[in-house]
Write a protein that binds this ligand. Structure first.
Ligand SMILES: N[C@@H](CCC(=O)N[C@@H](CS)C(=O)NCC(=O)O)C(=O)O
Length: 230
């Protein structure tokens, strides 16, 4: 087993962040290949670099020797099966089903939060957060649902670990980028969720992703068209 994980810019790429932090948290060794975003046009450097590896044209991509897996969730499921000793999912069957439901919700849901509050780890946007909440009730509604889903799990947690299902799992890996969005746009949450966001920001692996995102010395014009420098 020889893993290589292809990812996008750490500052922006929520999808890349998920398997990366899961692998770091569980000490699964891998080589990292960062393919910088320039644009997502067919002729972009990003797309042409990926085209020799996968037809899907997105990151993350995991290679296990020469076997290619695309999609953050498929990658995490593959890793969970390859490393059954590591409990990447909760060990109890019902809690595992709950964790998978929650991850499925993140994988295909929360479109308004994704659209209006893109992850940008090195920036703080308190005013933008307020304007988005004022003008887009769909964002507000999704944040209320998110808070409700996560805090009801956290409040019933009897473990001494402050993660969604007690010990850190793939579910936390999937919700970590959401925590960083809420933090950077200064979105007010319940105190239970605020504590969880703090735990996430200080979690092994996630701390490294954040500090490496802060060190990236470039910004992406398609993401921040009005920016002049970083
Ligand atoms: N469902 C995919 C989504 C991956 C995805 O959209 N990645 C973005 C970067 S964060 C990408 O590569 N976008 C290129 C494009 O949309 O053409 C996953 O979970 O891996």
């Amino acid at each position: 087993m020889n893993y290589t994980l292809y990812i996008g810019n750490k500052n922006y790429s929520t999808w890349s962040m998920r398997p990366w932090i899961v692998m770091k948290y569980f000490d699964i060794p891998f080589n990292e290949k960062l393919v910088k975003f320039d644009s997502f046009d067919a002729g972009s450097l990003f797309k042409t670099t990926l085209s020799s590896i996968s037809k899907y044209g997105t990151v993350p991509i995991l290679m296990d020797d020469d076997f290619v897996i695309t999609d953050s969730l498929a990658i995490c499921e593959y890793l969970a099966e390859k490393h059954p000793d590591l409990a990447l999912w909760p060990t109890d069957i019902k809690r595992r089903a709950m964790a998978r439901s929650l991850v499925a919700k993140m994988h295909s849901g929360f479109p308004a939060i994704r659209n209006y509050l893109p992850m940008n780890i090195e920036a703080e946007f308190p005013e933008v957060g307020q304007i988005i909440l004022r003008d887009h009730s769909e964002v507000k509604n999704e944040i209320m649902l998110l808070d409700d889903l996560l805090s009801s799990l956290l409040i019933s947690n009897t473990s001494n670990q402050n993660y969604l299902f007690g010990d850190f799992s793939i579910a936390d890996g999937f919700y970590a980028p959401m925590c960083l969005r809420l933090k950077n746009y200064h979105i007010k949450t319940s105190s239970i969720l605020a504590d969880y966001i703090d735990t996430i920001c200080h979690t092994k692996g996630i701390k490294d992703w954040i500090s490496e995102a802060l060190k990236e010395q470039y910004f992406v014009v398609m993401d921040e068209p009005y920016r002049l420098h970083r």
